[in-house]
Structures are given as C-alpha cells and as structure tokens.
Design a protein around this ligand. Structure first.
Ligand code: CO
Length: 188
C-alpha cells in the first residue's frame, strides 16, 4: 500500500523518532510500505516521519550515479551497495567524517524544491536490519549524503535547516522559508 507522504509543516516532520523496540510484523509491514511509497515517488530515501510515524527508521534506494558517485565499505572492503537496495535501517547511529562539501538536495516532503546543503563527504553507520541483526558500514558520496539527510529526519531536522540564509531566500517560497530553523552547522 502506498502511504501518504507528510508535507512541509506536518508535526511528525519535527518530531524526534522513538526507538524501534522490536522488529515485529508491524515494522516489517511498515518497512514494505515505506519502500513501496519511496519507489512510487521516485525518491532515494524516506524516513518514518515522512509517513507520519516518528520512529528511528528509514529506507534507502540509492543508485550508483556517474555524476554523483557513491561507495560503501563493510569491514574495510568495498561492497556492492546497489545489491543491498532497497535498504531498511533501524535505530541508526552515525558518525560523519571527512571534508564538508556543498551539494544540491531535495526531499519528498518538499516536492519541487532544491537547496544547497553542506555535509561531510563520508559517514560511519551502525544500525539494525529488519531481521534484527546489526549492520555497520562506511559510505561516501551520494549514499553518505542520503544517510545524513534521512538521519536528520529521525531527529526532526530538515534539509531547509541546513541551507544558508541566502540560499533559502533564493530557493524557497516564503511559507517554506518560515519553517526553517536557524542554519545548522554541517555534520552536527
Ligand atoms: Co527528506
């Protein structure tokens, strides 16, 4: 079932997610529906907040792209991340690292809008999978950016919060601009 995606000022988008206690049948069903919803909307990531449920859980479907490449390492070895997509990550903990780069981002909760967002190029992540196992990997490029964007959602942080005041003025309509919090520092 395709779920309704929460927009702009929906309170769930500003709510820090509760930890997922048990990956039970309900969570499996939710993950399946979030993936279906993300694919239908042609997104590369979707957080539980975006279907109105403030939980520590997001899904990803990041493709390898020539102009915005990604890499994944598991135990220090290159991994075929595309083979792992779509991916469900639960109760994640992340550690961004590396140089900060400004790149364009969008969000399924802000259709048609883009913004320049500074983020570190790489991340380490530890999370649970649907089967209850722990997964940890390092990522670079678009995959690292997508993880940081979705991780932000789980804390109630939106990409518009990380845009510069100048970029907000240029890229966002007044009503959306007013929803943005004071600009955040990259990687925090
Ligand atoms: Co988003």
């Amino acid at each position: 079932m395709i779920l309704e995606i929460t927009m702009h000022d929906h309170p769930a988008l500003r709510t820090r997610g509760r930890a997922v206690e048990k990956t039970d049948a309900k969570i499996h069903r939710l993950a399946e529906e979030m993936i279906e919803t993300m694919l239908d909307a042609e997104g590369i990531g979707l957080a539980a907040q975006q279907v109105g449920l403030p939980l520590q859980m997001f899904v990803l479907d990041v493709p390898q792209m020539k102009d915005r490449p990604s890499a994944m390492r598991v135990d220090g070895k290159q991994a075929d991340f595309e083979a792992l997509m779509p991916m469900v990550l639960i109760n994640p903990v992340i550690e961004p690292f590396g140089r900060t780069r400004i790149e364009s981002e969008g969000c399924l909760s802000f259709p048609g809008l883009r913004g320049d967002v500074p983020r570190p190029l790489s991340i380490r992540i530890k999370a649970q999978t649907l089967s209850g196992d722990e997964i940890s990997f390092e990522a670079d490029g678009l995959l690292a950016r997508a993880v940081q964007h979705e991780f932000d959602h789980l804390q109630g942080i939106l990409f518009i919060d990380r845009m510069s005041e100048e970029d907000r003025l240029q890229e966002l309509p007044e009503d959306v601009r007013q929803l943005a919090r004071p600009a955040l520092v990259a990687g925090r």
